[in-house]
Write a protein of this length. Sequence first.
Length: 155
Amino acid sequence: MNETVVVQSPVGYVHMLFEDGDIVGINITERGRVTGRIPQYAAEGVKELDAYFAGSLRSFTIRFRFPQGTVFQQEVWRALLTIPYGETRSYGWVAATVGSPRAARAVGQAVGRNPLPVIIPCHRIIASNGSLGGFSCGVRVKKCLLELEQAGIGR
């Protein structure tokens, strides 16, 4: 059973795709239509996202799974999960972490295909020169997420 649940957040409308009760995809857009009644299986995910955006949740515990992706992409996504809240790393750091130190460009492609932004914190990846780089949900959203986490560290 596939269903999309949409909630509003400080950075836009968060579209969460659920498959058999697991969250398998997230997208953030400027427009959306909030889901009226949240299904029971999605309630914990909505609760955790609300807590994250309120600055009171630093890591997610909700059930998720990678619906697609190569072995390399999944290794990259797992490496992203190790980046602490409020911190950033470079594409090169991720490449070294997954055992392919010369694969920063391939890491960038894998990061861009992350199906679960925010939960798998691809927004914490920046270019080696300190610039933000890209983000599947838009650079504005990436900047907002990084600022939200920096503010949350002081709490």
